[in-house]
Each structure stands twice: as structure tokens, then as C-alpha cells.
Design a protein around this ligand. Structure first.
Ligand SMILES: Cc1cc2nc3c(=O)[nH]c(=O)nc-3n(C[C@H](O)[C@H](O)[C@H](O)COP(=O)(O)OP(=O)(O)OC[C@H]3O[C@@H](n4cnc5c(N)ncnc54)[C@H](O)[C@@H]3O)c2cc1C
Length: 475
């Protein structure tokens, strides 16, 4: 039966849901706050240069998803190989960390300290059964205090803006590199065989930036009869005994209402809760205040040089530099800059309305050019122009008790059978765009087939406590 389904938010998750629903002939409408679709996956064009909001790349374990994206993109999809490094104390380390690289580049004293603290950590884990409560424990218990202080601690604190003691272990298990010293030692003494796991190196990237993928997807949705309403902010939900009846939104200052049979929400989970009538959420509203997002500013610099480096990403650990990652968009697609020129993009984590968020573009440029020079990238005399961009909902902050607060909100939403929340913002999960897309598609299938799977199956997709980015179906 044809259903009238509303999708809140036109990022990768919402668009993928609408893509799937319109393929099966449902009456689908996407309500998107911004003047364009794509969410965190947009690409800004300026004077012939292209910049994503942070360097994106498309990888996925899901063969069907990859095939569908390849078919949709045709010749517009390129493939590239990832090469990333960590810039630290004047040295360049491989990323992910490799024990051999650390051993060769660090001085003897630091190597000794690193080895001793690793052995102490390993023994304490076995003898004292040390538990991982925070991100810091997780790392120190596996790598030792020296490597934690050197690589992981300062970077993590800069990225999240809080002490790693206050960050949940959930982030570590999926994100931290494959540096496994036990594995390295076992292989060295031939006690272990087989190929060590490595990060997915090959990836897909559209010629005109990551945003091109979602521009094409939105064109397809429109061709199949789906509607996308832009500049429309979801502002209210109307409930009846059958569940969600209609959604209210504001567009150019005017309040509008649209009826529905079902809703797929991909807008930030706290924002969704806040648009319910007050009496509905009185028992859970305080949990929304505990789910915080880390924001990011991006400094996009147009550079009068043909190339800067051959790295996809350069990670910057030290706290004295405000950036966490430096990226040269041309490494992803040669169409990111005019011929003979290049560009640089810096990711600068911050909180909405803090000093970095409010600082002028000019001051940010001045500070970052000085930092870049210290890091060995001197482009002071080569800047053609620059601009800054920003996102409020960059990263869901995994505080120690975030999962409890999130679960309370999921439990509240569970009473509405015709509403499902999904995506990075909708589930408050640190997921990549491929998982966001899978969630959107599965949520759509769930509604089309009358709750074919549990909502939690959608919301917890790819939550296995193993490294993401290890395997990928790529070219
Ligand atoms: C710096 C950075 C680098 C990244 N790099 C990669 C990468 O290399 N590879 C990768 O796979 N992933 C990467 N990601 C993650 C990727 O961007 C996300 O996983 C993906 O965008 C999530 O899609 P989504 O649709 O769930 O959320 P979003 O993209 O955030 O979309 C949500 C949408 O909802 C809209 N919205 C919000 N509130 C309202 C409202 N009240 N009313 C209407 N609309 C609303 C927003 O405007 C937005 O369009 C990166 C993320 C960041 C921050």
C-alpha cells in the first residue's frame, strides 16, 4: 500500500531513506533545514576550488550499497588510495601507528619508556584485572602510559574538548588504530601467522566533491516523484492515539503543517525530542541536555602552488596547535582545484559560541598559517584567498553516561510505532556516511514492510565493537 512518509533531514541518511521509498513508489517528502541537501556531506565551491566539510571519502562493507552508489554515480565516481601521517614533534609518523615506525623514529629513551609502560600495563591487566572505565583507561591498559601521553591523549582532548577520563570507551574500540604491540611481538618471534589487519586504503570519491553524491541522489528522488522541501526547519510534532499524525515546520518565517502515515527522523535526537509537545516529554527532556555535540570550524585556503604533499590526511596531535587534521582536497579529486593550483583545509574542533567559534576568519587564518609553518608547511606567501565554514553537530560527544541518556530517549520514542529515528544525529552515534545510508535504507524498508525488523536493529547498525574502516568493498 502506498504510504505518505515524511523524512526529517536531507543528509545521507534521510536522502537514502527517501531514495529507497521513492523507488517503491511511496509518497515521500524530505524536510530539510538548509538551502541544499547533503548535511555534513556537502561540498562548497569557490573560485574554481572545491572543499568538503572536512575531508570525506566513501568506503563500505556493504556490497549492495557500493554497487547502487556506483550505478547512480556512473563515470563521476573516482577511486583513490589513502595515505595518512601524524605530524608530531617535528617528525612524521605513519597513520595508523606502526610499532616499527615508532621504534625507528623515537629516541632510545622514549622507546625504553614506551616498552616498559606497555609491559606494566599488560601485566596489570592480567594480574589486577584492570577495567576500562574511560577512554584513557582503554588506551593506557592496552598501549601503556607513554604512548598514551605521546599520541592518543592530547589528540583526543583536542578533538572532544574534554578530558579523555570523561570519554566513554565506546569511541576507542571502533576508532583506535591497529597498533597491537602483542601482535607485533608474536609475529616477530614467529608465534603468530596470517596477514595482519590493515586499514582500508582504497576509497571512492566523486569528481566534484562528496556533495555531488547527494546532489545526484536528490535529483533521482525528484525524478521518481519524491519531494524535497528546503529551508524548512522542523518545529513541531502532532500526536494522536495512532502515533505521529503530522509534522510542523517553518519556512521563510511561515508556519506549515504536513500530514503523514509515518516519519523517519534524521535530525539531531535532542532537537527531535524538543519539538514534541511539552507534556509528552516532561519525564525525559532533561536527558536531552546531557547529549552534547562537538562543533567544527573549517579553514579553507586557496594556494598558489601545484601541490603540498602526497598525504590524504595529516593528523596533528599536539595540543598547542588548534587543528586536528590537515587535508589537501586535490589528493581526493584533481577537480578540487584549478590546474597548477592546490588548496588546504584545516579541521578545527570547538564548541558552539566558544572563542574559536567566534573568532574572525582573519585571526583564524593568521594563527593557522603560523602553525602550518611550524609544522613544516610554509604557505604564508602563497595564499590566494580563504574562507571558513562550520558545523554545529560535528561529533556526538561520548561522555561516560551518554548511552544511558540516549537509551531513555529511545525508550520514549519507542511508544510511537510510526516514527523511527536514525542516522548520525538521530541516533547520536559516531558513524560514517555508509552506515548512515544503510540505516536510512533499512528504516525505509522497515516502514514499507510494517516493522520488518526491530527499530533497535536499525539504530544500532554496525555497532559491533570492532574497528570500522578495516574492511571495505572498494575498487
Ligand atoms: C569532519 C568530518 C569528517 C568526516 N569524514 C567522513 C568520511 O571520510 N567518510 C564517511 O563515510 N563519513 C565521514 N564523516 C561522517 C559523515 O559526514 C556522516 O556520517 C554523515 O553525514 C551522516 O549523515 P546523516 O544524514 O545521518 O546526518 P547529517 O549529514 O548531519 O544530516 C542531517 C540533516 O538534518 C538536517 N536538519 C537538522 N535539524 C533539522 C531540523 N530541525 N529540521 C530540518 N532539517 C534538519 C541538517 O541540516 C542535515 O542536512 C565525517 C564527518 C565529519 C564531521
Amino acid at each position: 500500500m502506498k504510504k505518505k512518509i515524511l523524512v526529517l533531514g536531507g543528509g545521507p541518511c534521510g536522502l537514502s531513506a527517501a531514495w529507497e521509498l521513492s523507488r517503491y513508489g511511496h509518497d515521500v517528502t524530505v524536510i530539510e533545514k538548509e538551502s541544499r541537501v547533503g548535511g555534513l556531506c556537502i561540498t562548497n565551491e569557490y573560485k574554481g576550488y572545491r572543499f568538503d566539510l572536512g575531508g570525506h571519502r566513501f568506503i563500505s562493507k556493504n556490497k549492495e550499497l557500493v554497487e547502487n552508489v556506483c550505478n547512480m554515480m556512473g563515470n563521476e565516481l573516482l577511486t583513490a588510495q589513502r595515505k595518512s601521517v601524524i605530524l608530531l614533534q617535528g617528525k612524521t609518523f605513519e597513520y595508523p601507528l606502526s610499532a616499527k615506525d615508532i621504534f625507528l623514529k623515537m629516541d632510545l629513551w622514549t622507546n625504553l619508556k614506551a616498552f616498559t609502560s606497555y609491559v606494566i600495563a599488560a601485566i596489570s591487566r592480567v594480574i589486577f584485572r584492570k577495567k576500562d572505565i574511560s577512554f584513557e583507561d582503554w588506551i593506557v591498559n592496552r598501549f601503556g602510559r607513554t604512548l598514551y601521553n605521546f599520541f592518543f591523549g592530547p589528540y583526543t582532548e583536542k578533538l572532544w574538548g574534554i578530558s579523555p577520563k570523561l570519554i566513554s570507551t565506546d569511541w576507542a574500540s571502533q576508532r583506535i588504530s591497529l597498533l597491537n604491540l602483542k601482535d607485533v611481538i608474536f609475529r616477530l618471534f614467529k608465534l603468530k601467522k596470517g596477514t595482519p589487519r590493515t586499514y582500508a586504503k582504497g576509497y571512492f570519491y566523486p569528481k566534484k566533491g562528496i556533495g555531488q553524491m547527494f546532489d545526484i541522489m536528490s535529483e533521482e528522488i525528484s525524478k521518481m516523484g519524491g519531494r524535497i522541501i528546503l529551508n524548512a526547519t522542523v518545529s513541531g510534532i502532532q500526536i494522536s492515539k495512532n502515533g505521529v499524525e503530522s509534522i510542523c515546520y517553518t519556512q521563510y518565517g511561515a508556519a506549515k503543517t504536513i500530514d503523514c502515515d509515518a516519519v523517519i527522523s534524521t535530525i539531531p535526537l535532542p532537537d527531535l525530542i524538543k519539538v514534541f509537545p511539552g507534556y509528552q516529554v516532561q519525564d525525559v527532556i532533561h536527558h536531552t541536555a546531557s547529549l552534547k555535540f562537538r562543533s567544527v570550524r573549517f579553514l579553507n585556503i586557496l594556494v598558489d602552488l601545484p601541490d603540498i604533499s602526497d598525504n590524504t590526511w595529516m593528523y596533528v596531535s599536539e595540543g598547542k596547535y588548534i587543528t586536528t587534521r590537515i587535508q589537501e582536497p586535490k589528493r581526493r579529486s584533481p577537480f578540487s582545484a584549478p590546474e597548477g593550483k592546490t588548496s588546504v583545509m584545516l579541521e578545527i574542533p570547538c564548541n558552539e559560541n566558544d572563542e574559536i567559534w567566534n573568532c574572525s576568519g582573519e585571526s583564524l587564518l593568521k594563527r593557522c598559517l603560523a602553525d602550518l609553518k611550524e609544522l613544516g608547511i610554509d604557505i604564508q606567501d602563497k595564499v590566494i584567498d580563504y574562507f571558513t565554514t562550520s558545523v554545529i553537530h560535528g561529533y556526538p560527544v561520548y561522555s561516560l553516561d551518554y548511552a544511558m541518556h540516549r537509551q531513555k530517549l529511545f525508550d520514549f520514542l519507542d511508544q510511537y510505532e510510526n516514527l523511527i529515528t536514525c542516522g548520525r544525529q538521530g541516533t547520536f552515534r559516531y558513524i560514517f556516511m555508509d552506515t548512515a545510508m544503510e540505516m536510512g535504507i533499512t528504516a525505509a524498508q522497515n516502514l514499507m514492510l510494517d516493522n520488518a525488523c526491530k527499530k533497535t536493529d536499525v539504530q544500532l547498525m554496525r555497532s559491533e565493537k570492532e574497528l570500522i574502516e578495516v574492511t571495505s568493498v572498494t575498487a
